[in-house]
Write a protein of this length. Structure first.
Length: 103
């Protein structure tokens, strides 16, 4: 025997149920990675002095000598073939080896 339903079913599900992620939270796009730190060359700078500054006051000469080539390698396209020739206004990216960040 047929009996009418006590409530009429909704033809469209409520909006709060539609397209909701399984976690119950709205998904957000992943944040963009921060650009690498940089240094703008000023008169009197050298790759050595920039490296020493990035490593901090306690950096020993051996540490600076081992680290400055990473600065050059990261910026070879900006600097050119001669690492001893940098110019004021050049924007040099500081590689993670100098900033302590892990890649």
């Amino acid at each position: 025997m047929w009996a009418p339903a006590t409530e009429a079913p909704s033809p469209v599900p409520p909006a709060h149920h539609a397209e909701q992620p399984a976690s119950g939270r709205e998904s957000e796009p992943a944040p963009e990675p921060a650009p690498p730190p940089f240094r703008v060359v000023v008169a009197g700078d050298s790759l050595w002095s920039i490296t020493a500054s990035a490593l901090g006051e306690g950096a020993r000469e051996a540490e600076i000598a081992a680290a400055w080539p990473a600065l050059y390698d990261a910026n070879r396209e900006v600097i050119g073939d001669d690492p001893s020739l940098i110019h004021p206004g050049q924007r040099l990216e500081l590689p993670s080896a100098l900033t302590g960040e892990r890649s």
